[in-house]
Design a protein around this ligand. Structure first.
Ligand code: PEP
Ligand code: MN
Length: 345
């Protein structure tokens, strides 16, 4: 159920209310909206306890949550959640582009890419040091050695970074440096990892599993939020179907469906869906048309030499061209697009 707090209730009274609800044996989850504060309450309820809650100071009314996503659902929070990462707001009017290489390969490669994408309007730099690879014989990432590269390049470029966390034991270490923790498709149902990230307050990018339904994706988000971390960004990155022409099948319908079901921001990764740089621009544009709040795009200074995901990584020239084109698509969708630090129009 959800407790709707009376408008104008002081923070002190809200805090007391939360305490009283916890004393009654529930797990309260306050959600602070622009207009309304609500407290989602999870746990077995008796009518007696509900009646007690109704009499507490600050309570406007108590309503049941019918959606299975008690915390991620629109029912508990009708207005969209905006996640702030440094100066960047995800889920607001601006289309946020997160771009960079799949993997951090060297300081030079990551710095060069970071500088380039940022100068063309990317607001968050991607690049992972822990890579989930299908084969154990493939490059697995620079691991701890890459941490200093992430730290140094982030300081140099002055932009937030997103990087994948594969192991619950690395959450704390990565959260010190990384602004957005990425939970990849293969780990969407790694409940230990989800819970661990839920215990931080670090924004997190949760990618849909390759064979996960949207219901499962939302329940995975629920695992993070239930721990107290409401900063979850959902990402559609393509699902496995019978189609072989692209690496995965980008399920664009996921965007409006998720938007209807949840208040969380939704972004699209056209790179992994396509598996081929040639198809990335069309999918990126379509994602904006479908209502995505942002894009996750792989870019590499020399895609042919990339250690991971070269075929789907955009060359710099193609990235620059796409960013220029996206501006118009964003405007047509009623969204804003950042003015790049360096314009080459
Ligand atoms: C990635 O973003 O490089 C990645 C591994 O993505 P996914 O988890 O969607 O495969
Ligand atoms: Mn990749």
């Amino acid at each position: 159920m959800v407790i709707i707090v009376k408008t104008g209730t002081s923070p002190g009274v809200v805090a007391q209310l939360i305490e009283r609800v916890a004393d009654l044996g529930f797990k309260p989850h306050p959600i602070y909206g622009v207009e309304k504060t609500v407290i989602a309450v999870i746990g077995d309820k008796t009518q007696e306890k509900i009646d007690t809650i109704k009499t507490l100071p600050g309570v406007e009314r108590v309503v049941p949550i019918l959606q299975p996503y008690k915390l991620a659902g629109r029912e508990v929070k009708p207005e969209p959640t905006i996640i702030h990462v440094g100066d960047v707001a995800i889920g607001d009017r601006e289309i946020v582009v997160m771009a960079g290489p799949c993997a951090v390969e060297s300081r030079e490669q990551y710095l060069q890419t970071a500088r380039f994408v940022v100068s063309h309007g990317a607001r968050i730099v991607r690049g992972s040091i822990f890579k989930p690879r299908t084969s154990p014989h493939d490059f697995q990432g620079l691991h701890e050695e890459g941490l200093e590269i992430l730290r140094g390049v982030k300081a140099e470029v002055g932009m937030p970074i997103v990087s994948e966390v594969l192991d619950p034991r690395h959450v704390e270490m990565l959260a010190e440096v990384v602004d957005v923790l990425q939970i990849g498709a293969r780990n969407m149902a790694n409940f230990t990892l989800l819970s661990e990230v839920g215990h931080t307050r670090q924004p997190c990018l949760l990618k849909r599993g390759i064979s996960a339904t949207l219901d499962e994706l939302l329940k995975a988000a629920e695992y993070i939020i239930v721990g107290g971390n409401q900063n979850v960004i959902l990402c559609e990155r393509g699902i496995r179907t019978f189609e072989q022409a692209t690496r995965y099948t980008l399920d664009l319908a996921a965007v409006p469906v998720l938007k209807a079901q949840t208040h969380l921001p939704v972004i699209v990764d056209p790179s992994h869906a396509a598996g081929n740089a040639e198809y990335v621009p069309a999918l990126a544009k379509a994602a904006i048309a479908a209502g995505a709040d942002g894009l996750l795009i792989e870019t590499h200074p020399h895609p042919q030499e990339a250690l991971v995901d070269g075929p789907q990584s955009l060359e710099f020239g193609d990235f620059e061209q796409l960013m220029r084109q996206l501006k118009g698509f964003a405007a047509a969708a009623g969204r804003t697009f950042p003015v790049p630090a360096a314009t080459h129009n």
